[in-house]
Design a protein around this ligand. Structure first.
Ligand SMILES: Cc1ncc(COP(=O)(O)O)c(C=O)c1O
Length: 390
């Protein structure tokens, strides 16, 4: 079956953060919203049908997860990532950010040091600092156009004492799909210093241009013993509003402690429709996802070729994964406040401002390419026109 990613469906008036909160966030409604990381593609028909089927029964009371939840996750991981795990290792979270927060609460004490690698998804910072833990940066380094981890600096931090490490695999916003070699080097350091890893793999299904996702915990039993992995169908199938995510720990001790904090916070219950959607997505979603990935690749190529021709000075990080393009505007030589205003008021675009992503984010903007090609090229056109007039 051929799925349609070209038709634009109006999302305004649906309480969409991306559309209906643009005015509040950017100070004007007059922007093309290309910020929040959800997609302007409708949820696939087979997922909507599964939800509709469940709604034929007129009760939405407390439920528990069926065996099908973990079974569909395990089967998906085996099929898509060649990662075989027991269904006993699979748990739940009502979103990845809550899982990050709970992990910090359970596995660290106030004052403990937790490492993140900016520029990175900004809720990583608050998940650490909001709980009185010390946020420690291991800033990514850019070699040519590609970002890498600074493993020497990281080892120095580990040597000084670190309790927990937040890995973003693949990495939002720089679009890296970490290679096996890079992850093995990282794993060796975590093992040497016995640092627990929270591996946020929410973008793991969105691998582009022949890149492969390597689940960090799949590298070996020893590193799996030190890892809590977070995954979800929310980015892949555009289901973020259903708050249904997956937490995996093959180490029974870590799993038990995670389940404990889930219980303490009392968020381990189920979202009925989220469960149904997850099972449908992970059971029948391969074909839809393959077509989505092909569409995203086409979008990214067209976007880059248009911008590279028109504004070769604008650096676009190579996109190995995610649908988030990371753009370097330093050639404009504007301070961050002026750049932000330029993007909003001169280009008429609602993007994510680089400094939100912490050190290394200055002079950058993040632009979501998961929209119909027409909209993406409209956004690219606005950018070029504004830059030409600048
Ligand atoms: C790396 C990363 N983690 C987590 C999230 C959000 O997860 P959730 O909505 O499940 O809390 C995002 C959303 O963009 C993300 O990019």
């Amino acid at each position: 079956m051929r799925y349609d990613f070209d038709t634009l469906i109006d999302r305004k008036g649906t309480n969409s953060v991306k559309y209906d909160l643009s005015g509040k966030f950017f100070g004007t409604k007059d922007v093309l919203p290309m910020w929040v990381a959800d997609m302007d593609f409708p949820v696939a028909g087979f997922i909507l049908e599964a939800i509709e089927e469940r709604l034929k029964h007129p009760f939405l009371g407390y439920t528990f997860r069926s065996a099908g939840f973990s079974e569909s996750v395990a089967s998906w991981l085996e099929r898509r990532h060649k990662w075989s795990i027991s269904t006993h290792a699979i748990g739940f979270s009502p979103g990845i950010v809550p899982a990050l927060n709970m992990a910090v609460m359970e596995f660290t004490d106030p004052g403990d040091r937790v490492v993140v690698q900016p520029p990175v998804y900004f809720p990583f910072f608050s998940a650490i600092s909001n709980h009185g833990r010390e946020l420690v940066y291991n800033q990514l380094v850019r070699k040519n156009e590609r970002y890498e981890m600074d493993l020497d600096h990281l080892e120095g931090l580990f040597r000084e004492g670190v309790k927990l490490f937040f890995l973003c695999n693949p990495h939002n916003p720089v679009g890296r799909a970490w290679s096996k070699k890079e992850l093995e080097q990282l794993a060796a350091l975590c093992l040497k210093y016995q640092v627990l890893v929270i591996s946020d793999e929410i973008h793991s299904d969105l691998l582009l241009f022949g890149n492969r996702h390597i689940p960090f915990a799949s590298l070996g039993e020893d590193i799996a013993d030190l890892t809590l992995t977070c995954m979800a169908p929310s980015k892949t199938f555009n289901l973020a509003g259903l708050y249904t995510s997956v937490v995996i720990a093959t180490n029974p001790g870590i799993k038990k402690r995670y389940e404990k904090i889930l219980d303490v916070v009392h968020v381990g219950g189920d979202n009925i429709l989220g469960q149904v959607a997850l099972e449908a997505a992970y059971t029948d979603g391969d074909e839809w996802l393959d077509q989505l990935l092909a569409y995203l690749e086409k979008n990214y190529k067209n976007f880059c070729s248009f911008l590279n021709d028109a504004v070769p000075e604008l650096l676009i990080s190579p996109l190995e994964s995610t649908y988030l393009a990371w753009l370097d505007f330093s050639f404009l030589q504007l301070d961050d406040e002026t750049l932000r205003n330029f993007i909003i008021h001169k280009a008429g675009l609602g993007l994510n401002d680089g400094p939100m992503f912490g050190p290394g984010g200055a002079q950058h903007q993040r632009l979501n390419i998961a929209c119909p090609e027409k909209i993406l090229m409209e956004g690219a056109g606005r950018l070029v026109e504004a830059i030409r007039k600048a």
